[in-house]
Design a protein around this ligand. Structure first.
Ligand code: HEC
Ligand code: HEC
Length: 308
């Protein structure tokens, strides 16, 4: 109702509702003669099936009272609950207030379920099978559409089960990633590097991780890499987690390791976005997810904290 510019529509709707009920009561009483038995009931003169005569009997008393009660119930309802224009009702109920109450109750319940995990170290939480189950369900709900239900990612979406991290794999960094999101930006170098030189640089990049490469072209690309790319990816291509610049000397690729993939990165750049979840997830849920994600690459195998 508050969406209306003036109170007119509020009064209009209230008037229709009230007039409707008053009209019903008036209708009942205006037909009172029909409700009173005065002598024998009137015979309408209609005869059916030879001997079935139609009488004009008064309304049954129980029916009359039900009708009146329904009107009184209607009025009572309109006093207690919203229904008369913008009047909120004595009980002030609204679906918004109810939703908020349900949400708070659900959060309270969550707090009780998650409570014990909040006191524990994230790494301990990750080791608890029950906590991992909660984490996995949350992951399937909120993260799987991008990272895959097995968290192994796909082109452009990082694999979260390996020990290779764009931003870092310690619990604090994972929490920060989920809470605030990330923006991985690599500018395009099309204005300073032409296609041919880009291919040479790509050959050099491939040589960094021991992939097959043409040594002559790679050496032609090396100086450009050192002058242009090293600022973010490091002089040996090990990357920089503060910038989310990937390690180019390992065998893990976000977009692929072919010369064409790397030339694409150089000429077109990349702009990759992991959305912030602080508005979507409670801190408790983010903690459960942090433990789950940390556990994916640290429980039952690889070393602590991921590759730093
Ligand atoms: C809309 C797609 C999308 C959703 C949803 C999403 N992510 Fe991401 N996530 C990405 C992308 C894209 C990146 C890589 C960002 C970059 O390249 O800078 C990323 C990066 C990450 C990283 C950093 C990985 C590293 O190597 O440092 C973590 C951790 C992560 N996501 C966890 C999650 C979790 C947990 C959820 C669920 C709450 C989630 N993501 C939901 C798209 C998404
Ligand atoms: C300003 C910092 C910056 C510079 C300079 C830069 N990059 Fe990047 N590069 C990034 C970031 C950040 C990403 C990750 C983008 C993403 O998250 O999608 C990236 C991604 C890449 C990738 C994709 C890696 C993969 O795993 O698939 C390649 C290849 C690459 N860069 C090569 C280069 C080359 C070659 C140069 C020099 C011509 C260069 N970059 C210069 C920041 C930079």
């Amino acid at each position: 109702m508050s969406d209306f510019f003036t109170d007119f529509w509020s009064y209009y709707i209230a008037a229709i509702a009230l007039v409707g009920i008053v009209w019903c009561v008036w209708l009942l009483f205006s037909q009172r003669k029909v409700t009173k038995v005065v002598g024998a009931p009137e015979d309408t003169g209609h005869v059916w099936d030879g001997d079935l005569r139609e009488l004009n009997n008064p309304l049954p008393r129980w029916w009359m009272w039900m009708f009146l009660l329904a009107c009184i119930f209607g009025l009572g309802y309109l006093v207690l609950y919203p229904g008369l224009g913008s009047y909120a009702g004595v009980l002030k109920t609204s679906s918004r207030v109810e939703l908020e109450a349900h949400r708070q109750a659900a959060e309270q319940l969550q707090r009780e379920v998650y409570g014990k995990y909040m006191q524990m170290d994230v790494k301990q939480v990750a080791a608890e099978p029950a906590a991992r189950e909660i984490g996995q369900r949350l992951f399937l709900n909120y993260c799987a559409q991008c990272h895959g239900s097995d968290a192994r990612g796909s082109r452009g979406f990082p694999n979260l089960t390996d020990n290779d991290w764009l931003y870092g794999g310690d619990p604090e960094t994972i929490t920060q990633t989920i809470t605030k999101g990330r923006n991985g930006v690599m500018p395009s170098f099309a204005s300073t590097i032409d296609g041919k030189l880009a291919g040479d640089v790509a050959q050099y990049v491939r040589s960094l991780s021991g992939l097959s490469s043409d040594p002559i072209r790679a050496s032609r690309g090396e100086s450009t890499f050192k002058s242009t790319c090293a600022a973010c990816h490091g002089s040996t291509g090990k990357g920089n987690q503060a910038l989310g610049a990937p390690n180019l000397s390992d065998r893990v690729w976000l977009y692929g390791s072919s010369e064409a993939n790397i030339v694409d990165a150089i000429l077109k750049g990349h702009n990759n976005h992991m959305p912030a979840h602080e508005e979507i997830l409670t801190p408790e849920r983010i903690r459960m997810l942090t433990a789950y994600v940390w556990g994916l690459s640290n429980i039952g195998g690889a070393g602590e904290g991921g590759k730093q």
